[in-house]
Write a protein that binds this ligand. Structure first.
Ligand code: IPD
Ligand code: CA
Ligand code: CA
Length: 255
């Protein structure tokens, strides 16, 4: 399974790199700003072709194609390009994200940015790695000295959760915040220690399946906004080094 994951990521990575900053077709999805490029689809077909060749009986849940259901206990959760808007604008902050779920538990996660050649990988119980070097979250325990990262939903008007209000609460505490545009990389960069904490609302399973395992295997803590158990199928994600988790929870309370 480990080999299949790596092969799928490298082969899809070649496609993404070949088209990066070049020309390709772009279409809008549900709203005009939520786009998909022909490269997302090519990357997805390559990943699924490689997985199906080795594990034809496994379930697939992939952003553009949806669910290919079987009665297997395994499910591959795929984002063929996370950070499509960045990719479409020639910004090299985007990646392939693939998580493998077994009976509801994520057991493998891989996130690969072919432009920077950073490959994040974790297997349940075996730690998290960047290009084969073990990684871990920061030891920062003061929220006011932390660097945070977040993202905003494509549609934020009438959103039950208030993305701008949560952002305001943190900047009002004079805390620096970044917005990369790829939730999978937000999680991996937090796992690596570039950031101390990440929060976002309204993500999809394919955005977080791999990054969630990479974060927890790097020693991080991942919950919803009420400190409840995290699920890739729910909307809220708070991922931190563990030490600033409670302070971030307090800020996110009663939004
Ligand atoms: C998006 C990115 C972004 C997040 C969006 C996602 P996509 O994924 O992860 O950071 O803020 O909510 O939809 O559309 O580039 O695969
Ligand atoms: Ca995504
Ligand atoms: Ca995507």
């Amino acid at each position: 399974m480990k080999n299949t994951l790596h092969k799928a990521a490298f082969e899809a990575g070649k496609i993404i790199k070949e088209y990066f900053a070049g020309t390709f077709k772009i279409e809008s999805k549900d709203i005009i700003s939520n786009i998909v490029t022909e490269v997302d689809k090519k990357s997805e077909s390559k990943i699924i072709e490689i997985i199906k060749a080795d594990f034809p009986e496994h379930n697939i849940l992939s952003e553009e194609i949806g669910a290919l259901e079987t009665d297997s206990e395994y499910k591959w959760v795929i984002d063929p390009i996370d950070g499509t808007i960045n990719f479409a604008h020639g910004i090299p902050i985007c990646c392939i994200s693939i998580g493998v779920e077994k009976e509801g538990e994520i057991i493998y996660g891989l996130v690969y940015n072919p432009m920077s050649e950073e490959l994040f990988y974790a297997e349940k119980g075996k730690g998290a790695y960047l290009n084969e070097k073990r990684i871990s979250v920061t030891k920062e325990n003061n929220l006011r000295k932390s660097l945070l990262v977040t993202g905003f939903p494509y549609v934020s008007k009438n959103c039950p959760y208030k993305p701008v209000e949560s952002f305001k609460r943190f900047i009002d505490l004079d805390i620096p915040i970044r917005r990369l545009g790829s939730a999978a990389l937000d999680l991996c960069w937090t796992a690596l220690g570039r950031f101390d904490g990440f929060w976002e609302y309204n993500l999809n399973p394919w955005d977080v399946a791999a990054g969630y395992l990479i974060m927890t295997e790097a020693g991080g803590k991942v919950t919803d906004f009420k400190n409840g158990k995290f699920s890739i199928y729910e909307k809220e994600i708070l991922a931190t080094n563990g030490l600033i988790h409670n302070e971030m929870l307090k800020v996110l309370m009663n939004l």
